[in-house]
Design a protein around this ligand. Sequence first.
Ligand code: MSP
Length: 512
Amino acid sequence: MKFYITTPIYYVNDIPHIGHSYTTIVADIVARWKRLNSFDVYFLTGTDEHGAKIAEVAKAKGKKPQEFCDEMSAKFRATWKLLNISNDGFIRTTEYRHFIAVENIVQILFDKGLIFKKKYGGMYCIGCEKFFAKKDLDKNGHCPFHKTKPILQSEENYFFKLSFFKDALLERITDVNHKEYINILPEERKNEIVGKLKLGLEDVSFSRSTIEWGIPLFFDKSQTVYVWADALINYITAVGYPSDETKFKNYWPADVHLMAKDILWFHSVVWPAILMGAQLPLPKTIYSHGFFTLNGNKMSKSLGNVISPQKLVENYGVDATRYLVVTLIPFGHDGDISWQGLTLKYNTDLANNLGNLISRTLKVAEKNFNLKAPQAVLNLDFVKNVEKKLKESFAYNMDNFQLHKAVENLQSAITLVNIQIEVDAPWKLAKTDKSKLAMCIFSYLQAIDIIAMYLLSFMPSLAERIWQITGASGNISDITKKYFTNGIIPEGGFSVSGTDLKPPGVLFPRIL
Ligand code: MSP
């Protein structure tokens, strides 16, 4: 089975911050999880490079737009590499293949009479790259997202007949039995979209005459394609539209478009309407998450309180950053984060619970079994209990993007092993019952291996390191795929008796 997941393509006027990283890390964890469950995954991210905002910033920096985009797009790529993001594709809207896809779609819509010329005036927010109706501005007449005053713009544009799709959209969004049902999540956000749709749908501008930095409209070269129309089409360009039919048929429609609530409307209304106009299949799920604030404030460059992924990695390391970022707010809801909160979570979950589990298990093994997996039978009841903690709801949570809850499942499995260690008191057994001690350590090792397999999507390098520390055999990804398919613990365990273990060192140094 295939699974196509996307993040938004990020504007290159800004460098990647924790907000972009959050969406991308969530998508990465889910993509890895699906691969481990034997899905043929295509995970896409990329950069959105056209429009007034980017042209302005490039100009201010004294750079040509393309040169500026090349530099900034490379920064996003480098950040995703730093965060160990396993994207299969990376798309830039300035690529030739994308021009072709956009031209194709525009041509189809034009031929169908869905694009027409109209004089238009309105309040335009450059930050959002969109026109605002007066009623959608805040009480000061400012953009609710950017808190800046939109500028009055009037020009002759080509418009897309979005209004034509109102009923078709409502059906597809609300009728779960519709064969083209679009699942918009979370439910509250879907209700907002439905409410807004019911109030009416206006046609949208599809081209701009004043913005040069864009894809020229092929039938009127004095205009460029509106940046949002251009941007949304990336999702099909990346999987081969229009030239690679096999790839396109294999992956499209997207299984999940992931984003924050700020751009849900474009994805759940404008995008499906474009696709319907072009008679292409519709995305299956559109999932929006909330916004991070930092110590109660919106993060913004001007407030100088933006958390960079680089700084997070400096503080916590790559794996812990991935873990912390997704655990701090419930997916789908807004949430406030702070450095203090991140450090507390790091110390509690990672340094104390997980770090301790591994270090004390290995210490006893070193002292008593010459750093080898002991010769013993497995305490199957105990290991099954650990499995149960994970199996019960972990998969459900992962499949439903409730990563913060999946992490709770993981932590409760880790805690269960730590409690068992307290009960068994191996330091006492070392003096009284060596064969029980062997069984305990052997069983803890297998439990740790199981935990590592479930951790693998969140903390890929760390899970591999744990796999080496416990002397588990085979490649962790291959073994995990097998284990997730058949649920069978190999007869001799994952860490076979007699294999060498590795000193763990300090996996998570405590942070003060
Ligand atoms: N280029 C458009 C998207 C086009 S998709 C066809 C865009 N780009 S953006 O750079 O502004 O990125 C917006 C996305 O970044 C949000 O939808 C979200 O995924 C992420 N986030 C940016 N700031 C964020 C927070 N403070 N909190 C959570 N996510 C945030 O919009």
